[in-house]
Design a protein around this ligand. Sequence first.
Ligand SMILES: C[S@@+](CC[C@H](N)C(=O)[O-])C[C@H]1O[C@@H](n2cnc3c(N)ncnc32)[C@H](O)[C@@H]1O
Length: 253
Amino acid sequence: MTKLYTKYAKIYHEMYQSIFDYEEDFKLFHKILEKSNCKKILELGCGSGNLAPYFTKAGYDYTGLDIAEEMLDIAKKLNPKTSFVYGDMRNLDLRESYEAIIITGRSFCYMTTNDDVMRALSSINQALAENGWLIFDNFNANIIFLDFQEKMFHESRYGNRYYKRTSNTRMTLEHGWTWDWHAIYEVEEDGKKETFEDNTILRAFTEDELGLYLKMNGFKIGEVIREDPGIVIVAQKSEIKQTVARKQYFRLR
Ligand SMILES: C[S@@+](CC[C@H](N)C(=O)[O-])C[C@H]1O[C@@H](n2cnc3c(N)ncnc32)[C@H](O)[C@@H]1O
């Protein structure tokens, strides 16, 4: 697991206020959720809970789930009345079912192996109510790999802290559209400077492969929204609860 979500969770929370536009993300997901009148929602990979206040204020029955305790600690502290639970999207063990499951901030791109993807989609299917919706954003492999950026730079300010991040990336393509991401974080506060390093693997998807994974796991594809460098997929749990393909895959495991 990347240190950005564990040891450096606070850095994530502060830096990403200027990387993602959470209000715009909320508006997009809300617009989609409104169409199917879903109110009871689960956000997988909710991180430090940046979207939670938007959903709760809009009247959703919202639960956030993440695999990093440190991210959840921030989320709970900032949103004490909201429900946040620890869990792994590849192996959800939930008492309740949800009308919609959302995944934002490209958290699904940590499903770097085909097995991760199969387990996550199968688990999500089981956690959804009948005809429930999965809405998730992903890096678009066509955009990432046809214009691959080997060096990126980001700087931001949060209160009296100044952040600089230098990212070096390298295509690996080991098990899907994957790349290694090495990042150096420099944090300056009151004239003092600290440096951290982090390393992780990320994965992008083509629409076609996401479509196939979804069908294998009992979903039908609804809307596809293309947003450079991402794609948001809206899929609905279909009536077929156990597809033949899914049975064949999991029988071998
Ligand atoms: C880029 S952050 C996005 C967080 C949040 N959605 C946002 O937009 O700020 C990715 C998050 O996915 C979580 N994550 C990664 N793998 C996970 C898994 N298998 N199950 C649940 N959460 C996971 C990480 O801990 C991290 O909080």
